[in-house]
Design a protein around this ligand. Sequence first.
Ligand code: PLP
Length: 382
Amino acid sequence: MIARRAAEVTPFYVMEVLEEAQRLQREGAHVIHMEVGEPDFDTPTCVVESAMSALRAGQTHYTHSMGLHELRAAICGDYRERYGARVAPEQVIITQGTSPALYLVVAAVLEPGDEVILANPCYACYPNYIRFAGGVPVYVDTDEDGGYQLEPAAIAGKITPRTKAILINSPANPTGVVLDAERMAAIAGLGPLVVSDEIYHGLVYEGQEHSILEYTSDAVALNGFSKQFAMTGWRLGYAIAPLGLARALQKIHQNLFISANSFVQWGALAALQEPECRTAVEKMRQTYAERRLYLLERLNRLDLSIPHPPTGAFYMLVNFRRYCSDSLSFAFQLLRDAHLAVAPGIDFGSNAEGYLRFSYATSLENIAEGMDRLEKYLATLR
Ligand SMILES: Cc1ncc(COP(=O)(O)O)c(C=O)c1O
C-alpha cells in the first residue's frame, strides 16, 4: 500500500529523541533540550506587528505563485547589499519554508538515477529529498581534522556524466562550519549546478559567510526566515534560481502549493526592512556568540574539544567515540539517565557516527545545567 519511495524515507532521529524527551516531561522529568535546531527566541515584535496589520487589512488571499512582489524585491535588495549579487524578482520564488524550496529544486532538475554530490556529514533530510525525487546521493567525506571543509578537488573526483547538482550548506548543519571564499569560488566553477542552502546566513560569529551568487549567477540559493529571524513556525523560505529554472519551480509550486501564506509574507517584509528588526537580529546573534564560547569552554573542560571550533549556525558536532560507537543508543541513554537531549550523529551520515550534535539555541543557564549533567554522566562511565 505504501509506495517504495515513501517506504524508503528514513526517520529523522532527532525528532524521535525530542518525542521521547517530551514523553519523559509528561512524566514529570526536567529535560535540558540541546537537540532541537530552532531558535529559542520569540520572533521580533515588528515582524509580528506587520503580520497582524496585514491580517487586519484583509491580506488573507492567495498571493502571486512566486510570492509578493514587494518581498521578492526586498530579497533581491538584501542579496545585493550583503553579497553584491544582482538578482531580479522574477528569479525569486517564495515557499512555505526552505524545505519546500529544496523540494521544488530536486523535483525540477532530477531525472531518475541522476546524482547529487553532498557532504558526509550533512543535514539529515538532504538524502531523503534526493532519493524521493529519484536521484542518488553521492557523498564527499569531510572530517573534524579538516574542519569539515568540503574540498573542491574531492568533489571534482566524484563528478560523473550523471552528476546533476552539488548541494552545499554554509554555515552547515550539523557542523557549524562556514565555507571559505576560495572553496566556494572553486565549487562554483566545477560545472554542475550548485544548490547552496544558505539558511544559517546571518548566524556567523567569526569571519564571514558567502553566498554562491557572489561567484556565479548560474546557481540556486536557498534561504528562509526560520533561523536568523527566529520564525520557524511561520514557515517561510525561498529559492533564487536562474530564470529558466525559476519558471519550472513556479509551475510546480502553482500546482502543488499555489502560494505561500500571504500575511506571513508581509511579516517577512518587515523582517528584511525594519531597522528595529535588524537590531533584534543582531542581539540574537550576539547572544548565540556568547553561548558558543561558553559551550566550547565547557566541552574543553570535559576533554571533548573540537579541533576546529565551528564559527556559524548554532551547532557543535562533538566526538564521543571514546564513549560510544552507536550514537543513537547513546543519545537515548543520555536522555533517560541524565535528562539531557542531544542529536545522535548518525542522523547526519556515517562520518558522524560516534558523535553527538549539541545545539546552543538555548539559554546559558540551560547550557550550564546540560554540561553539569553531562559531566556527572560521563563520570559514571569511567
Ligand atoms: C540545513 C537546513 N536546511 C533547511 C532546513 C529547514 O528549514 P525551514 O524551516 O526553512 O524549512 C533546516 C532546518 O533545520 C536546516 O538545518
